[in-house]
Design a protein around this ligand. Structure first.
Ligand SMILES: NC(=O)c1ccc[n+]([C@@H]2O[C@H](COP(=O)([O-])OP(=O)(O)OC[C@H]3O[C@@H](n4cnc5c(N)ncnc54)[C@H](OP(=O)(O)O)[C@@H]3O)[C@@H](O)[C@H]2O)c1
Length: 298
């Protein structure tokens, strides 16, 4: 059985579906007793950032997929519980900023702290250090629906956004196949084994700046969209006025400022691991077109 911590998240949901499709047993952890999860999954209700709340830990969990956000500062405690209950392996949804710094250091340090806790856990580990998710663009949906204009800072900030299904497919491949001890490093011709002790830098296939992403969403919904450049401080004040915590503009603007100077990394690791090209941002936009459309668009 595989345990997915963060099962209602972007990657977690896809990973649960893929594991079930592969005929595996899945324990899906959520804080929400009413979460809509597939009926085939065994729902474990509790807060992974308070591991003692996971009172119904199922027998037979051999490996865990871990979302750092869901586990917050409790990774060490949670993994010690997992190991005590017989788990052998953990796959971590970490961030590219761990090895390609961008933005305020404290955000990358949160991922580094989780990785460190995992290294010390005694479990076999694999880190998936992900670029920004394509799904982050959903934050633009209200503006696009209302005005067709995305107002933001650092329009030239470029990254290679990754489709969450690619992350989930890699995670599931690693969960299901890595029982052999490997060595630390990036993906080579790994075949099916040897994922243990590896940190994979996962990105989408194409470097795109913010204007490119807006244009591709426009193509997906058949509307001309535009990006309007604002001063970073204007964006910060607008986000705070919406009631967002200060950390949110800090996280966003800090990394965009750096990506405007130096584009985020691009790798072919997804393709090498999955044996097919990584999914494009355009494909993500086409799948999620309805989120950006008004009734008049359809
Ligand atoms: N977005 C990006 O660009 C990006 C890039 C690199 C790495 N990552 C990391 O990748 C991981 C997976 O991201 P994701 O978008 O699939 O999902 P996610 O945002 O981590 O959410 C996964 C689930 O964790 C639970 N959760 C969220 N906040 C929580 C909190 N404060 N305390 C306890 N539980 C909480 C929620 O589940 P319930 O409500 O069901 O409990 C949520 O559905 C995250 O750790 C994220 O930091 C993201």
């Amino acid at each position: 059985m595989f345990m997915v911590i963060g099962a209602t998240g972007n990657v977690g949901r896809e990973a649960v579906d893929l594991l079930l499709e592969a005929g595996e047993k899945v324990a899906a952890v959520t804080r929400d007793p009413a979460a809509a999860l597939p009926s085939g999954a065994q729902v474990v209700t509790g807060d992974p950032s308070r591991p003692d709340s996971l009172t119904a830990w199922p027998d037979g969990v051999e490996a865990v997929l871990l979302s750092p956000r869901a586990v917050s500062g409790a990774a060490a405690e949670l993994l010690s519980l997992a190991a005590a209950r017989g788990a052998q392996r953990v796959v971590v949804l970490s961030a590219a900023t761990v090895e390609h710094p961008a933005g305020h250091r404290r955000f990358a340090d949160e991922f580094r702290a989780v990785e460190e806790a995992v290294r010390r856990s005694g479990l076999q580990w694999t880190f998936l250090r992900c670029a920004d998710f394509a799904s982050n663009a959903l934050a633009w949906a209200p503006q696009i629906r209302a005005t067709g204009v995305v107002r933001g800072a650092y329009g030239s900030a470029a990254t290679s956004p990754i489709h969450q299904r690619d992350i989930a497919e890699v995670a599931v491949q690693v969960l299901m196949t890595s029982k052999d001890a490997g060595h630390t490093g990036h993906a080579g011709h790994t075949g099916h084994a040897g994922h243990a002790g590896r940190a994979y830098l996962l990105t989408g296939p194409q470097s795109l700046d913010q204007r490119d992403k807006v244009r591709l969403i426009g193509e997906a919904i058949g509307r001309d969209l535009s990006f309007q450049e604002l001063a970073p401080e204007q964006v910060r004040q607008a986000m705070l006025a919406q009631g967002l915590a200060e950390d949110i503009p800090d996280r966003l603007l800090g990394s965009l400022a750096d990506y405007a100077n130096t584009p985020g990394p691009s790798t072919d690791t997804v393709e090498r691991l999955l044996g097919r090209p990584a999914l494009t941002f355009a494909a993500w936009a086409a799948e999620n077109a309805s989120a950006f459309m008004t009734p008049a668009d359809s």
